[in-house]
Write a protein that binds this ligand. Structure first.
Ligand code: PSV
Ligand code: MN
Ligand code: MN
Length: 430
């Protein structure tokens, strides 16, 4: 496997950090032992954890107001994969990339697959894009895509989703994520029921093109780009559509796509219960679909979501196999650093959730001991599991201190030399 950061640099950095890590790890191990937890078992589970990186996250994101290009931004999907491989080399929990078409322009998918293989990367869900017009496109999505009142426009959107499935097959992907921006900006602009009927008709055509072992991930979002109504606006409409389409259709939860203060972990529980949880787009937000780094603002919420996920794992919940992906892109950091941090934050929530004393929690729930139930969760959340995460990384060949090692490598400056400033390489207003 080809690595883009010198392995001896990683080894050198790890060597100097190892004595302190070992001391912290042993200390945490002894502490966990007092609660009957074997730290080694937890580290092994942490080492198996994976979250996919969005190809579009490696470029500097923008808002509708401005975009400030970064140094050495990837100019194409090959360079995006290079950056993803650096992320994975440092954190070793991001082996898969979720591509977005046609942002990722590809002429030869077999070549792309080979390129990814060489870097030790695979592909997660493929994303279609019918929320923007592309140059030369025959029918505009200005008034919607899969739900457009014009049948030819709907057909065009269906055909794009089907071509994404075809491309994904070559890449070894097994899921299509469909997010549409369709909606309306004025009361009365669209007939709610007819619009959703058109969605279902179109989505059925896409669904019917799925190979047997594929899933269709439906992604809801409350608003934006439509500001009065959105067709797939919440998990309710999402799951109704997934139920209508069939077993292969499931609901994807993007953390930034809900009304403020919505209890997302409870939505997750409901979707798990009815075997309709597709997976996640992890990110964080303060106001809306901010696409900020995962766990940067609401780590407790992220932990509570993982508490539901680990609980489902613990109970061997049938049909439980969620896909974990990041979905973030913004303006102010080096995207490689942000994505490494986010991957670690998501993994941190997972590990903390593993440390919840589940039997005690069930007992407190059954005896209505609210304070002890809450304290049981907090006890796990308040643990500093950084030594477990670092140890899991080292054992997988990653860096104890991903950002420090990455900075030391000079990768970004070298990319700046190789990749003179590009125009627009990723997401725009979404
Ligand atoms: C829409 O806001 C979304 O969350 C969808 O997942 C898109 O594919 C992605 O953002 C694009 O940035
Ligand atoms: Mn998303
Ligand atoms: Mn979003």
């Amino acid at each position: 496997m080809k690595t883009l950061i010198n392995e001896s640099l990683v080894a050198e950095q790890n060597q100097s950090l190892m004595p302190a890590l070992q001391e912290d790890y042993d200390h945490l191990g002894a502490k966990l032992q007092r609660s009957g937890i074997d730290i080694e078992a937890v580290t092994q589970q942490a080492a198996k954890f994976q979250v996919a990186v969005p190809s579009w996250g490696t470029g500097t994101g923008g808002t509708r107001f401005a975009r400030f290009p970064g140094i050495g931004e990837p100019r194409n999907i090959f360079e995006k994969l290079e950056d993803c491989s650096v992320i994975n080399q440092m954190v070793r929990c991001t082996e898969k990339v979720s591509p977005h078409f046609p942002w990722d322009k590809v002429s030869d998918f077999t070549e792309l697959k080979g390129f990814a293989d060489d870097l030790g990367l695979g592909f997660d869900a493929v994303n279609s894009n019918t929320f923007q017009d592309q140059p030369g496109q025959e029918h505009s999505y200005k008034y919607g895509s899969l739900t457009n009142t014009c049948p030819q426009t709907r057909e065009q959107a269906v055909a794009h989703n089907i071509e994404c499935i075809e491309w994904g097959k070559t890449l070894g992907s097994t899921a299509l994520t469909v997010w549409i921006g369709d909606g309306s900006n004025f009361a009365g602009q669209s007939h709610f029921q007819r619009q959703l009927e058109r969605y279902l008709d179109s989505a059925k055509e896409v669904y019917n093109a799925l190979p047997d072992d594929w899933s269709m991930f439906i992604e809801h979002k409350m608003f934006e780009p439509a500001f009065y109504s959105t067709v797939i606006q919440d998990w309710g409409t999402n799951v109704l559509c997934a139920m209508e389409l069939g077993e292969k259709a499931k609901s994807l939860v993007d953390l930034g796509h809900h009304a403020p203060n919505v209890n997302i972990e409870m939505i997750v529980s409901r979707l798990i219960q009815f075997q309709k949880l597709a997976g996640f787009h992890f990110n964080d937000s303060k106001y809306g679909d901010d696409d900020l780094d995962s766990g940067s603002l609401h780590p407790f919420q992220q932990f509570l979501i993982f508490n539901e996920l680990v609980d489902a794992e613990h109970r061997n919940q049938p049909g439980f196999n969620p896909a974990y992906m990041l979905d973030q892109s913004h303006n102010v950091t080096d995207p490689i650093e942000s994505l490494m941090n986010s991957a670690e934050e998501v993994q941190r929530s997972y590990v903390k959730a593993l440390l919840v004393d589940r039997d005690a929690l069930y007992g407190f729930q059954d005896s209505n001991d609210a304070i002890m139930a809450a304290n049981t969760l907090k006890a796990a959340f308040n643990l500093d599991v950084a030594p477990i995460l670092a140890m899991a990384r080292v054992r997988n060949g990653g860096a104890i201190a991903p950002i420090a090692t990455y900075r030391e490598s000079g990768y970004r400056a070298a990319a700046g030399e190789k990749r003179p400033s590009s125009g627009h390489s990723g997401s725009g207003i979404v």
